[in-house]
Ligand binder design. Sequence first.
Ligand code: CP
Length: 294
Amino acid sequence: MFNLMKMSDLSDREIYELIDRALALKFGAAPVKRPDLLVSNLFFENSTRTKHSFEVAQHKLGLTVINFDADTSSVNKGESLYDTCQTMAAIGCDLLVIRHPKENYYDEELQGLTAPVINGGDGSGEHPSQCLLDLMTIYEQFGTIAGLKIAIVGDIKHSRVAKSNYHTLTRLGAEVIFVGPDTFAEPSLGQMVDFDEIIEDLDVCMLLRLQHERHVGTKMSDVSSYHQDYGLTQERYDRLKETAIVMHPAPVNRGAEIASHLVEADRSVIFQQMTNGMYMRQAILELVVAKNSL
Ligand code: CP
């Protein structure tokens, strides 16, 4: 069975085929409609973009969508993740999209599941559909990924977006550097550098959300000093190359990672990322359906 849980589940060729397909869908190609298939979205952690752009993508593919509501389900009676997901497979769901706060929940909790899974984010682990929509947005802008200089800025340690993107961008030939306080560094990925020393060299300035909900025992008390030291201020924005782009997976803490008015600035592609995400999720759904011969 083919599951998309992490970016290493895809070959380089499959990544570029997904980008090409998502761009074709964006510019008018007809989606492969499958009204005979049922898909269930099981989100055990909050989401606006991932959940609803998967849902829009599923409607565009003609799929029947069953949105699972954890708050009113038997999860509250102690049902395990495996039992919940296998129940959805047993009652006829052909495909599951799952977000869960536990890192690597799939390997630990879902062995033996009979329906394929697309990972909508696992704790601080991976976020493959966000990574793919980010790659699509970068590729759409530059026509390449190899050779670009990309800073991932902020809360690297708690970010599944940072992990998926770092590994995939470097694999595809981009240079990735990290910016942020040392307390947010992930030593297995790399050290932090000074934002002001590299800002003029960047092709992509990729900001990350401060993941307050994952800061167990350490509350970020001074957001304005974080913004001055590590945020995209107007002064830093003015030093970016004319051709550089500003990205953020969102939701955005306006005034922390980025000055609020810069979310809609000329070089910001933050809302374009969301638009692209819906097309990329159509392409992902098509791929998973095809690879599992559904
Ligand atoms: N970027 C992202 O995953 O957003 P949501 O948490 O709203 O899905």
